[in-house]
Design a protein around this ligand. Structure first.
Ligand code: ZN
Length: 246
């Protein structure tokens, strides 16, 4: 079983809940879709936990890039830019180097599926609408690519024979079987900053042998994550939005 995590955004209490879940289950592979840091108040602690796992399957996100390389945040809002600056100033040298060395762009998970942060070919592109997803299907080969960046869990299913593209949000806790002959772009949602008005953290588990997956939504200590943001003197909106899932 694979654990598919995206957009952790330096949210330590949320990541701890996910790792506790993973410990109880037969998780074999940890797969990270980027934005490990940015927005949240505990980047060093979060990177300690992630580096301890020695992740083999990880792509950098646009926030990881902005924290690692000054001047690469031109599309960011002011709170996001300030958070990237603050993160860079507070990272240990070891953690900064880890971010700088994260693989850029689409990666392959042992020939079974692809992973990306935004679109398969561009870490800054948001796949929010079917027309964007349709273009993104041209950006990878194979039947499945997991992506993040929008912080919205969902499944795009392309049936090239029938000529249809459908999108849906899976029900948390229910198994979803991927169909033979269809291609998929799938977003597990965000661990550290959900934006679908459900403040619970979001991630997926995927069984590549049986080609089935599950969305998970779990409670975590939002108050502790918000305090971490306020104590770091980051923009208070970054704390408030966690309570609303926006
Ligand atoms: Zn993000």
């Amino acid at each position: 079983m694979d654990l598919i995590l995206s957009d952790i955004h330096a949210n330590l209490p949320a990541l701890k809940v996910v790792l506790r879940y993973a410990k109880r289950r037969a998780i074999q592979r940890f797969v990270f879709l980027g934005d490990l840091v940015g927005y949240g108040g505990q980047p060093n602690q979060v990177l300690d936990l992630i580096m301890h796992l020695r992740p083999r399957f990880v792509v950098r996100g646009n926030h990881d890039r902005a924290c690692a390389f000054p001047g690469t945040d031109q599309f960011f809002s002011m709170p996001a830019r300030m958070a990237a600056f603050w993160t860079r100033e507070h990272l240990t040298r070891e953690h900064l180097r880890f971010l700088q060395e994260l693989p850029q762009g689409m990666q392959d998970v042992e020939g079974q599926y692809a992973i990306a942060h935004g679109a398969p070919r561009d870490e800054d592109t948001y796949l929010l609408h079917p027309r964007e997803a349709l273009a993104a299907f041209h950006g990878f080969e194979g039947h499945l690519c997991f992506y993040g960046h929008t912080h919205l869990p969902g499944i795009y299913e392309l049936d090239e024979v029938a000529g249809t593209l459908t999108s849906r949000v899976p029900e948390a806790g229910s198994w979803v079987n991927l169909k033979e002959g269809c291609r998929y772009l799938i977003n597990p949602g965000s661990v550290g900053q959900p934006r679908d008005r459900d403040p619970r953290l979001s991630f997926m588990t995927y069984d590549p042998d049986r080609r089935r997956l599950r969305l998970h939504r779990l409670e975590y200590d939002i108050g502790a994550a918000a305090r971490g943001i306020l104590e770091a003197h980051l923009h208070p909106n970054l704390a408030e939005r966690l309570r609303h899932g926006i």
